[in-house]
Unconditional design. Sequence first.
Length: 116
Amino acid sequence: MKLKFVMSTLMAGAALLAMTHSAYALDEEAAKALAKQNNCLKCHAIEKEKDGPAYKEVAKKYKGKATAEARLIEHITSGEKAKFPDGHEEEHKIVKTSPPKDMAQIKNLVQWILAQ
């Protein structure tokens, strides 16, 4: 009897975890669309460095760091300085969403970058 209870509890927990994961699943197409709308791909690419680092390099740099998401959100929403390969600095373009300042869209974009 106890084994049945334990098994049903484990199965219910697994189902809940699966539902929770899918509710917060990364929307890759929406992230790519937001990147394109904001011309992010003018300076960045997924695999090769342009004026900005490749997203694969960004993901590698922040892998395993608890502050990765918050750091990238700050970077793309604050207009802070970005350093270029030739040494000059410019304000990083602020990512715009519709509706304005939609954190769900911003987080989705950052999670997509970190998933590369």
